[in-house]
Design a protein around this ligand. Structure first.
Ligand code: FES
Ligand SMILES: [Fe+2]
Length: 424
């Protein structure tokens, strides 16, 4: 695609392209910028890869990704998780073509080199041809750093940099802490299987949209009215919910003020406590009456952890940047340990909202693709992000917040993006 006029052919000036209340359209369309993003974001910062419960047993593996790179997430026989590159170090063949399975050894189909699930080269046919070779130097490529927070496994290709805990920050950690407390046993399980949605659009449209509280009432109007859902009102002008910039590119639509005002258990899930008696009892037994009530009124978070993990109340979405104008969203229903009755409804609601016949994601995808086509126009060259800039304020915890329809979240994402793109 033709790059727009402000891009110098050398290095883009991100200070100029990303301003406080507007950003340049070429950030979504320029191939050179996409390549720089791979280098400075996807192959450098912590990126969410998968969940420990996707490989529960020794020798389990599941195919994942970091941007366009395929990553095999394995659990070795000692229980340790590894993130391996799906490329044979002999002559580059794709090592594994299965989505998941259980094996301790991966064998390349081309010349049958064999690798353990820790990445070590185990052997090859006719070894006399390799008498002088050091096998330790011919193992699989690995994601340099692997770390886990409450079962959520992240990888970073950078040998140095902030720890995962630092990357998540207080805001990201709080979101995951809140999420796992929805389980009476304090654990999330990612076991429902993933749906994949491809959008012919730049990945940043998706990241921005996840905590864009301005669009739901309009874009999702039809599903909200058919489902007789009260969700639309949470994003209306009269809502007491807030949009929050959690720092480091992480953002949130905090719906708790509305749920607390209404004060009904399980209202966040669009149901009542009578419909989930088993779950409600288990929660009270696990956390005590008062804390359990609080958890079941507040509900799960609506938080986007930069750059690719969206905790969307009842699902998680994993955003995969594939090309400058192509993104895949991997979506699965959240499942909570010890909550079979809740889990069944979570799967049903997920199929209804983001399954093949669901409107929710289809509506958003239509907007992503239209916006991708729109920003290719030459004039005006900028997207305006100034909504609610005059009413941004600090909350009691020191985060920047504004009304739920305000673009305080989008501005937070771009501020962090600029820092990453300007870093050496
Ligand atoms: S390319 Fe894998 S064994 Fe030759
Ligand atoms: Fe949406």
């Amino acid at each position: 695609m033709e790059s727009q006029s402000i891009i110098a052919r050398s290095t883009p000036d991100f200070g100029q392209l990303v301003q406080r209340d507007r950003i340049h359209g070429s950030l979504y369309t320029d191939e050179q910028i996409f390549q720089l993003e791979l280098e400075k974001i996807w192959y450098k910062t912590w990126v969410y890869v998968g969940h420990a419960t996707e490989v529960p047993n020794a020798n389990d593996f599941v195919m994942k990704s970091i941007g366009p790179q395929e990553i095999i997430m394995t659990r070795d026989r000692d229980g340790q998780i590894h993130l391996l590159q799906n490329r044979c170090p002999h002559r580059g063949n794709q090592l594994c073509a299965e989505a998941k399975g259980n094996k301790g050894v991966f064998t390349c189909p081309y010349h049958r080199w064999a690798f353990s699930n820790t990445g070590k080269l185990r052997g090859y046919p006719y070894p006399d041809g390799y008498e002088t070779v050091n096998r330790d130097e011919l193992g699989l490529g690995k994601v340099t750093r692997v770390a886990e927070y409450k079962g959520f496994v992240f990888g970073s290709f950078a040998a140095e940099g902030p720890s995962l805990e630092e990357h998540l920050g207080r805001g990201g950690r709080d979101a995951i802490d809140r999420l796992v407390m929805t389980s009476p046993e304090g654990e999330v399980q990612i076991t429902a299987g993933f749906l994949q949605h491809k959008a012919k659009a730049n990945w940043k449209f998706l990241v921005e949209n996840e905590t864009d509280g301005y669009h739901p009432q309009f874009v999702h109007d039809s599903i909200f009215s058919v489902a007789k859902s009260g969700i639309g009102d949470l994003y209306g002008g009269a809502s007491t919910a807030v949009a929050r910039d959690l720092g480091d590119g992480h953002t949130e639509n905090d719906l708790r003020p509305e749920f607390r005002r209404i004060g009904k258990l399980m209202n966040w899930f669009g149901t009542t406590e009578e419909r989930l008696p088993e779950y409600v009892e288990k929660m009270k037994a696990a956390y005590g009456e008062e804390k359990a009530r609080e958890i079941m009124i507040d509900g799960t978070p609506h938080v986007m952890i930069f750059p690719n993990l969206f905790i969307a109340e009842i699902q998680i979405f994993v955003i995969q940047a594939v090309a400058v104008d192509e993104t895949i969203q991997h979506v699965t229903a959240l499942q909570f340990k010890g909550a079979p009755d809740l889990n069944r409804r979570l799967r049903q609601q997920t199929m209804g909202s983001v399954g093949p016949a669901g409107f929710l994601l289809a509506d958003d995808s239509e907007m992503y693709e239209r916006t991708q086509r729109g920003v290719a126009a030459k004039n005006p060259e900028w997207n305006y992000l100034g909504r609610g800039i005059h009413r941004e304020r600090e909350d009691e915890e020191g985060y920047l917040v504004a009304d739920n329809t305000d673009e305080v979240t989008t501005r937070g994402i771009w501020r962090h993006y600029r820092e990453l793109m300007e870093a050496e």
